[in-house]
Each structure stands twice: as C-alpha cells, then as structure tokens.
Ligand binder design. Structure first.
Ligand SMILES: [Mg+2]
Length: 453
C-alpha cells in the first residue's frame, strides 16, 4: 500500500480563510513567535523540585526524580481531587487505558467505579467552563508541571506517605507559578538564550514579507518587556521593534480580551519605568503595558475579520478573540509536525485502513447467530483492540495522540476546531503560502451524507 503524504509544514483549515481579506496580523510571543527547546522544560522541572523542598518542605529525596519529557501530552486533564491524569474525548468521556495515578495505570474497573461510568460532567471541568476539579494541560509549559505532579505522587505512594492529591497539585502548581512570576525562569532563559530559544531566520523574513505586502503587525504578550526584548533581539535583531506597529507587553490575557478595566500604560525603555500619563493613542516605536481589547479597537480601528491573531494557548489567545470579537485566529501547535510524520508512515496507514474494514465487518455481522460467526466476531473484536493499541502507542504509549482518542476527536481537538480558523506546527509555515492564499477546510462527510467518491 502506498502511503498518503501529508506535509508536516502545511497549514490546516477548520474554517475558510482568505489571507487577502486580512489587513492586520497579530502575534503572541511565547511558543508563537518564540519557539523553545526542550531544555526549558527540564529547567522548569528542576526549579520546581528545588522550590518544593525549600518553600514547601518536601523530602530532599525528590531531587533524585528526573524529568521524562515523553511522560504526558498536551490537552490531558488532571483530576485535582482524585489525583488522576487522563485523556478526555470531545464528548467528555474518559478514554479507558489512559488514566494514571502517579506513574501507574488505573484499571478500567476502578475508573468506572470512581466516575460512575466514563463521562465527566461539564460542572466538573474548570478550563473555560466551570470551577470543577478537572484541570486541563493547555500549553506546553504544563508538561513539566504535570510530570512533576505525577513523579511526586509516585514517590509518595512508593514511600507509603499519606497524601491528599489536592495539596500535591496546588503545591506543585504554586511552586511552578512562583518560578514564572518571580522572574527566575525568565532570568535563566535570558542568560542562556542560545540553549533555550530556537533561532529561526525565517521568522524575520516572514514579518518583513508581511510588512512589504502592506500589512499592519502587532504583538500582544503577557511577558514583560525585558524578556521579550532579549528574545527578539536574539531571534530577529536589534531592530525587531521596527517590525511591529503596536507592541503590548504584560497584557494579562485572557483578561485583556474580556475586561475593560485597565487602560494602556506607556513603558519608557530608556529609563526602564512606566509613565503616569494617560495614553490617548498607540504609536509605533513605543512600548505599552496592560490595556484591553476595546481600547485597542478604538485607537487602531482594527476589528473583526480583517485581523488574524496567532497564538499557542487555545483559551487565552484564541477563544475570546474568535468568539467575542470576530478576529480570525490561528493556533501554533509544535507537536503537529511529529504527529504528521507518524501519520505518514505506511504501517500506520495500513493498520488504520484495516481497523475501519474490521469495524465495518463487525457492524454488518453482529446479528449472525451461528456459533462459527460468533467466534469469528470475537476474534475480530480482539484484533480491533490490538490495532487500537498499536495506533495509540505510535504517538505516546500512555496517552496516544493529541488530537484523537480511539475513534473520537479529543477534548483538545474539539476546542481547537471551535476557536482556531487555522492551525499549524510553526508560524513560519506561512511562508509556504502567498499573502492572498485562501485556505479551504476539507469537506468532511456528516454521518448521514453519501460518499460521492
Ligand atoms: Mg504563548
């Protein structure tokens, strides 16, 4: 069988989008303009361990724990109260076989008993909806955090230390939060930019190409000026500020997009101070802090479908701009490249084809009552389960693909489909398309529609 090739550097459309209609391009910074190396996660994990020992008096032996970058995948949910890591599908069902306490798999029977089945109600979610105990791993910074939670849970279990999962979750979360908010992590990155940050000449080329095509460019990041300045000088050059018409740092997303409380405040680079003067317009060459969406819209006239915003955080960056303000949105998902390379492998494609064939055979023969056919169906079901495990393990042995459970899109996929018009592994994939390219979503068949091909 000849494998169908999908280009890992392609851009994929959930919704039709004509770049010719876009006048203004906006960007998030971390994991959108700036791509980090995996060494960064190792540092977050280690700083987290140290903080837990120094500030939260965790046993010093937890320093022996080592970060496993392949432990989890983005998009998983962590049940804060039960202390379980798991994958949910687009119907809020737990995918059996993906539930872990510490580093150990939880049996299907225990999962069903803990959740009265496999469905997690909307009230139990806490990202975007509700205040429940199900915390989602939304961005890439969440990977070392959840690895530390799992490793410490395992340590406590192995050493017979009585623990409340909720304390462990909040201790680790607060420890990691402190690393971000205290500036320790940013300092470490700035001191070793060449280790942590990927230098990509194409980013500068892309921004220049957009400018030369007459597009307006802006940056909205939650990070502070010194950090962003150091990173962009390294990636793009001393003149990085010339690329952008508006630069907003410390933006407080997602509040930036849904609260009107904070006005913009000018930050003076030379004196390293913020000004007290009221900001009446946003000028090129100046740096602004905080602010909010309504003021941005009033001062620039940029609104709705002529703005395309790129971000990696499906909720903070993309949900409100797309749902409330009608901006067009694009998600940067670095994991996509590796997943597509696996999808392109002939053995994977062969197994998926056989899986679909088997499923059709099982469905068509399910009412056969002869003993021979019953045994055959059992055999097919067992084979189907084997192929399901094979296709899952291709991506991650515990949690499978970011985008799919056995037969449904994941919870993450569903949110991505709702909030992002486009998605891609890297911002620079845009260089493969002209500035007036129209992206068309694949016309997928609804279950009741006939297949015309
Ligand atoms: Mg980001």
């Amino acid at each position: 069988m000849k494998a169908t090739e999908i280009q890992p550097e392609a851009i994929f459309a959930n919704n039709e989008l004509n770049l010719g209609d876009i006048d203004v391009y906006g960007f998030d910074y971390d994991y959108t303009l700036a791509a980090y190396n995996t060494e960064l996660h190792d540092v977050i994990y280690r700083l987290g361990q140290q903080t837990l020992i120094e500030k939260y008096k965790y046993p010093e032996n937890i320093l022996k724990l080592k970060y496993n970058p392949d432990w989890a995948i983005r998009g998983l949910h962590y049940d804060v109260r039960k202390g379980l890591l798991m994958k949910l599908d687009s119907f809020h069902n737990i995918q059996l076989g993906t539930v872990y306490r510490g580093l150990k798999s939880v049996s299907d029977r225990e999962v069903k008993s803990l959740y009265n089945g496999t469905h997690v109600s909307l009230d139990n979610m806490n990202t975007f909806y509700g205040q429940g105990p199900m915390h989602q791993l939304v961005d890439l910074f969440a990977l070392p955090e959840v690895a530390l939670i799992s490793d410490i849970t395992e340590y406590l279990l192995l050493n017979n230390i009585n623990y409340d999962p909720e304390y462990v979750f909040y201790d680790v979360r607060n420890a990691i939060h402190a690393i971000h908010s205290s500036g320790i992590l940013h300092q470490k990155i700035m001191e070793n930019l060449e280790i942590f940050l990927q230098k990509c000449d194409k980013t500068k080329f892309l921004l220049e190409r957009l400018r030369l095509s007459g597009k307006k460019l802006f940056l909205i990041t939650n990070s502070g000026y010194a950090f962003v300045d150091a990173g962009l000088k390294y990636m793009i050059g001393e003149d990085w500020g010339d690329m952008f018409d508006v630069i907003i740092v410390n933006a407080r997303k997602p509040k930036f997009f849904n609260e009107t409380s904070r006005p913009f405040r000018q930050f003076d680079v030379a004196s390293n101070k913020q000004s007290w003067a009221s900001v009446q317009s946003l000028q090129k060459g100046h740096i602004y802090q905080q602010g909010n969406f309504s003021r941005l819209k009033e001062m620039t006239g940029w609104y709705g479908g002529k703005v395309l915003y790129f971000g990696d955080h499906v909720y903070s960056d993309l949900a409100d701009p797309s749902l409330k303000h009608g901006w067009r949105t694009a998600a940067i998902i670095p994991e996509l490249k590796g997943e597509i390379e696996k999808l392109n492998q002939p053995d994977y494609q062969y197994q998926v084809k056989w899986l679909v064939t088997l499923q059709n055979l099982i469905e068509d023969s399910q009412h056969q009552i002869s003993p021979g056919s019953k045994a055959l169906i059992e055999e097919w079901l067992a084979e189907r389960d084997e192929i399901r495990d094979f296709t899952k393990a291709k991506f991650n042995p515990r949690f499978g693909s970011l985008f799919r459970t056995y037969h449904n899109p994941t919870y993450f996929s569903r949110r991505l489909g709702r909030f992002a018009d486009l998605y891609m592994s890297s911002l620079v994939n845009l260089l493969h398309y002209s500035v007036d390219h129209t992206f068309y979503p694949r016309r997928s068949l609804l279950p009741h529609e006939p297949n015309p091909f």
